[in-house]
Design a protein around this ligand. Structure first.
Ligand code: KIV
Length: 288
């Protein structure tokens, strides 16, 4: 058995940032995935509300509930005991009030042993960030393409293309940091904008489709391994096509069952001839 790695902590992350060692982050949703993530030694593991699309088949992240998130976060924690685990606050779990935000963030910590939470938005969510941080819960901010606001953003597209829009993202990053966010995720913003924010930041900046000039990188498990059939975003790199491998395996299974190839003799078990003869005698006796 491989040796258990040391638990990743906030100081581990800041230490790596200070030394210029890139941080690795992945979005992951269940126990088998999380065990692989643990073995690969990934620093930060996000149980993203994207599970609504990738695991539950919804069209967007909006129908995802706190109970959905907690169930998946618990499974991921069992698979990655040492990763820095972040629970993603689902739609309407923090927007309404500081109180609901703190209570829902607390559920991730108490019920799923998360290390922190993530929420979407800039200056407008800073009161929530302050309240959650004041409750002793680390918060990761999320700027740029924020899927819970995809309707107001006009679709899944690059954010901050004009100087004015980019300035708003730069200002929001500063505001989140001042409110106490321990890290900020930048999703789908131009690489120069990500670089500028990273240069000025005192907390780790993580890039998802925002180029190399950040302290760390994030990819979504299903995009990396061909497991989300609806589409693969251009920003995602596919490291292997597990979806095709599994699909081919399933077709072979169907062919082998219908062709009476499976199960082969080495995959099932019998009883001794004399026991079977006795069984038949007992059954026949009963039928008389
Ligand atoms: O839910 C998620 O996986 C996310 C990523 C897109 C960052 O929030």
């Amino acid at each position: 058995m491989s040796e258990q790695r040391k638990k990743v902590t906030l100081p581990t992350l800041f230490d790596k940032m200070a030394k210029g060692v890139p941080l690795t982050m992945i979005t992951c949703y269940d126990y088998p995935m999380a065990t692989l993530v643990e073995q690969a030694g990934i620093d930060i593991v996000l149980v993203g509300d994207s599970l609504g699309m990738t695991m539950l088949g919804y069209e967007s992240t909006l129908p995802v509930t706190m109970n959905d998130m907690i169930r998946h976060a618990q499974a991921v924690r069992r698979g990655t005991p040492s990763g820095w685990l972040i629970g993603d606050m689902p739609y309407m779990s923090y927007q309404a009030s500081d109180e609901s935000a703190v209570l829902n963030a607390g559920r991730f910590m108490a019920e799923a042993a998360c290390d922190g939470i993530k929420l979407e938005g800039g200056a407008e969510v800073c009161p929530r960030v302050r309240a959650i941080v004041a409750a002793g819960i680390p918060v990761m901010g999320h700027l740029g393409l924020t899927p819970q606001s995809v309707s107001s953003l006009g679709g899944f597209r690059l954010q901050g293309k004009s100087a004015k829009q980019a300035k708003k993202i730069v200002d929001d990053a500063r505001a989140l940091e001042e409110a106490g966010a321990m890290a900020i995720l930048l999703e789908l913003v131009p690489d120069q904008v990500c670089g500028l924010i990273t240069e000025r930041a005192k907390v780790p900046i993580i890039s998802l489709g925002s180029g190399p000039n950040a302290h760390g990188q994030l990819l979504i498990f299903h995009d990396m391994f061909g497991l989300y059939p609806r589409f693969t975003p251009k920003m995602a790199k596919q490291y292997a096509n597990a979806g095709k491998l599994i699909g081919d395996g399933l077709k072979q299974y169907v062919a082998e069952v219908t062709g009476k190839v499976f199960p082969e003799p080495e995959r099932y078990f019998g009883i001794k001839d004399e026991e079977f003869a006795e069984l038949k005698r007992l059954v026949a006796e009963e039928g008389q």
